[in-house]
Ligand binder design. Structure first.
Ligand code: ZN
Length: 352
């Protein structure tokens, strides 16, 4: 793992619909190694290397869950809508950054009620997101505007990134900057002249796989490999039968989700390769989420798709956690696969 690259990606603000900062980082990283860089109409990033053989798409998403300014009160408090899914209990008293029109960041905190001011029964109830507000230290509507904050500005958790041990990374928006970092590293490692590689980073995944839909129609790849994150079930209070992925358990593959089924022959090819490379795999099925695979599989006439999802603790919250080992073995496995893919392997995988 290139930790500096991941840190830079995590530190950027990139809520769905406001992905400029990550798009710029990706452009700077890959401009020197890609044969062509282009975008779909929504702003998804597409780097291409090579022009022969089967077209492989490596797909991460560049947006993150966050908030959008909905209303500014006369007293200077900022109300918001969530962009993407959150649980209300993971929000109160978190520091946030509002990204203003000119790209500057305004620090604030999601206000909470002191325990002294809550009855015992109120303390038992989860807070309602619709009643939450952000305090940026402004004491009037005008003072909020003066700081550059307007209705429609996007809000992220305050940037944070830390290596907790030799193996564990803690950070904001690891969903899916970890996938973006993997895509960049894999794109740079691609040296196969028998295939064409598209390194893709989609926009607006967290609000309904929208950039997946637009980018796949632009590229029309022959196969797609999705790089994303998924709930790890290895902490207290999560049902490990339903969420079996573990940090440090190896490369994670969802076989079934709300909008996708892993392509069987493609999965078989990865299992064979993983055995050869001695890379451990871990599998899951779930009905409560989806990745960009849920569009890359069905658009136009469809294509083989598989998703790799890094097991991630505390997804869609202020700080999430991943394992460097999982990241590195996923990278090794996918790098070997794309560097040996050619017309004959594609025929074996895609024919019925
Ligand atoms: Zn994601």
């Amino acid at each position: 793992m290139k930790k500096d690259l991941l840190k830079q990606l995590v530190t950027a603000s990139s809520v769905s619909g406001d992905e400029e900062e990550v798009r710029q980082i990706l452009k700077e990283e890959l401009a020197g190694v890609a044969d062509e860089i282009s975008y779909d109409g929504l702003g998804s990033f597409i780097a291409r290397k090579g022009s022969s053989g089967p077209k492989i798409a490596l797909v991460s998403h560049m947006d993150e869950v966050g908030f959008i300014v909905k209303h500014i009160s006369q007293e200077g408090f900022i109300y918001f809508d969530t962009v993407g899914s959150f649980w209300s209990q993971s929000l109160l008293n978190h520091r946030v950054q509002i990204r203003t029109e000119d790209g500057s960041k305004v620090l604030g905190v999601i206000g909470s009620v002191a325990p002294h001011a809550l009855s015992e029964s109120e303390k038992q109830k989860p807070a309602d997101i619709a009643q939450m507000f952000i305090d940026i230290g402004a004491d009037s509507y005008e003072a909020v505007l003066k700081k550059g904050v307007n209705i429609g500005d996007f809000i992220t958790p305050e940037a944070n990134f830390a290596a907790l041990s030799d193996d564990r990374i803690l950070g904001k928006a690891l969903d899916n900057r970890a996938g973006c970092a993997l895509m960049v590293e894999l794109f740079k490692a691609f040296e196969n002249t028998d295939a064409t590689l598209y390194g893709v980073s989609t926009v607006q995944e967290e609000v309904g796989l929208r950039g997946a839909q637009t980018s796949v129609q632009k590229i029309e790849p022959d196969i797609a490999i999705i790089l994303d994150t998924l709930v790890a079930g290895d902490t207290p209070n999560i049902n490990a039968i339903h969420f079996p992925l573990k940090l440090g358990g190896g490369a994670g593959i969802p076989l079934f989700d709300k909008r996708y089924l892993a392509h069987k022959k493609l999965t078989r090819a990865f299992k064979t390769l993983a055995e050869k490379l001695e890379v451990p795999l871990q599998f899951c099925t779930l009905k409560t989420g989806a990745t960009d695979g849920g569009r890359y599989n069905v658009m136009a006439s469809g294509r083989p798709v598989i998703a790799f999802t890094l097991p991630t603790r505390y997804l869609h919250a202020n700080s999430s956690m991943i394992s460097i080992y999982d990241y590195d073995v996923t990278k090794e496995l996918v790098a070997t696969f794309i560097n040996t893919y050619n017309t004959s392997t594609h025929e074996k995988i895609s024919q019925f």
